[in-house]
Design a protein. Structure first.
Length: 215
């Protein structure tokens, strides 16, 4: 299943160029369980001319890969943000007795996240190095009502810059970009699993603490 998705995305990129990059990102974000680095790496391999100068490669990496990727991820992220923004509160309140998390606490998190530039730097870093799945990050920002204009701008810049460097890596690696992909995917999965365990541990501790307060 995953292998077929990778082959399909590669064929779309090779045939349709920048539009193919955009469509491939949309497929990756909404449907396909494939490595997030695949699209820009494959685009760098298929779309950037192997013998061109660095200036030409930089411009083509920007317009053929980075911008289409950034637009695609921004659109998908806005959808997930909107779902969480408008549907998040009922879900939080309905599950409050199980999680101990209330909407008032979400509002306190929101106030902390909008105090300074540190949160913007964190969001940018998570877009540039996506150790947290994009839909989860977008959903969280929607739930805590992170300012949409900042969210969209940081998403565009972080994902675009990451795509730019991955495109250069795919161009430089040539046919070995698949090995790059495997390495990047492996480390992303390891980091994600570690973060998932940390979140689960925090949830268990928070639940135990909230129960102790009620006694």
């Amino acid at each position: 299943m995953i292998e077929q998705g990778i082959l399909y995305i590669q064929s779309v990129i090779a045939e349709y160029g920048a539009w193919g990059v955009f469509l491939a990102v949309m497929v990756e974000e909404f449907f396909a369980p494939i490595p997030s680095a695949l699209v820009p790496l494959a685009a760098g391999f298929f779309l950037l001319p192997p013998d061109a100068g660095l200036a030409v490669i930089g411009l083509e990496a920007l317009f053929l890969v980075a911008i289409p990727v950034a637009i695609g991820i921004s659109i998908a992220s806005a959808v997930f943000y909107g779902i969480a923004y408008y549907g998040g509160k009922p879900v939080i309140e309905r599950t409050r007795r199980y999680t101990g998390l209330s909407w008032r606490e979400i509002e306190r998190i929101e106030a902390k996240m909008t105090r300074g530039k540190r949160d913007e730097i964190t969001l940018f870093a998570l877009r540039f190095i996506p150790v947290v799945p994009g839909f989860a990050l977008s959903g969280f920002c929607g739930i805590v009502r992170y300012p949409f204009d900042k969210f969209l701008a940081i998403t565009f810049l972080g994902s675009g810059l990451r795509a730019f460097f991955l495109a250069l890596a795919g161009w430089q690696a040539g046919e070995f970009y698949i090995r790059y992909l495997e390495v990047i995917d492996r480390f992303e999965k390891q980091i994600f699993l570690a973060l998932l365990l940390a979140v689960l541990l925090f949830a268990v501790l928070y639940y135990a603490w909230s129960k102790s307060r009620r006694i």
